[in-house]
Design a protein around this ligand. Structure first.
Ligand SMILES: [Fe+2]
Length: 210
């Protein structure tokens, strides 16, 4: 007779398992999978999102990429090819990004540490040269170890928040395809927008002097 406590790989369902304890992989494994993906895998949002869902990353393997700054979240490059870049973003309690876009590139996010919010915005109009825009908040989704997100290419303006109430540092993994080094930031309150350059705080575990 079967013992119900016995682990049965036949009935093992990764979707319902707790990635905090059972399924996590070192970040190198995720890098290997991403590097094995053809260009076509990055064209729509589904394949990479499924990969992030299947391969939650273990915290210990991220240690070389974790840096903290009380003034601003940090961007820490883990891997970069012509097709994609992946970085760890480290958030102190209460830190958030500006409202921004991704230069028409696809973006996927996972949160190996913490529970964050992604607030999405609808763009009524934008005139980057004039620095003017009109944005309205749409929906908010939770980003956590069990719930990686893809940015909706039809509504790609958003901000990420590590809520003060969560009361913990958070780490998110971002995959961008293709890599980009500038974006548009928006102030929904003031109706203004403009280009900014993006920088890494560390690359491959080493500090960058910006
Ligand atoms: Fe973003």
């Amino acid at each position: 007779m079967n013992n119900p406590e016995t682990f049965n790989p036949e009935s093992f369902n990764p979707k319902t398992s707790d990635p905090k304890t059972s399924l996590r992989v070192p970040v190198d494994h995720l890098v290997r999978e991403l590097r094995a993906c053809p260009a076509s895998a990055f064209v729509d949002i589904y394949q990479i999102r499924a990969l992030l869902q299947q391969m939650p990353v273990e915290e210990a393997s991220l240690v070389p990429y974790l840096t903290w700054d009380r003034q601003h979240y940090t961007r820490n490059l883990i891997d970069k090819t012509d097709l994609y870049e992946m970085m760890a973003v480290c958030w102190e309690v209460g830190q958030s990004s500006s409202v921004h876009n991704h230069r028409d590139q696809n973006c996927w996010m996972a949160a190996p540490i913490g529970k964050l919010l992604v607030e999405n915005f609808k763009v009524g109009f934008q005139d980057i040269e004039a620095g003017q825009c009109q944005l309205t908040a749409s929906n908010t989704v939770e980003l956590s170890a069990t719930n990686p997100c893809a940015v909706d290419p039809r509504e790609p303006v958003h901000r990420v928040i590590n809520p003060r109430e969560a009361n913990q540092r958070a780490v998110t993994l971002h995959v961008y395809s293709r890599p980009f080094d500038s974006c548009v930031v928006y102030s929904p309150e003031q109706g203004t927008c403009g280009d900014i350059q993006l920088h890494y705080n560390t690359m491959f575990g080493k500090p960058v002097s910006n």
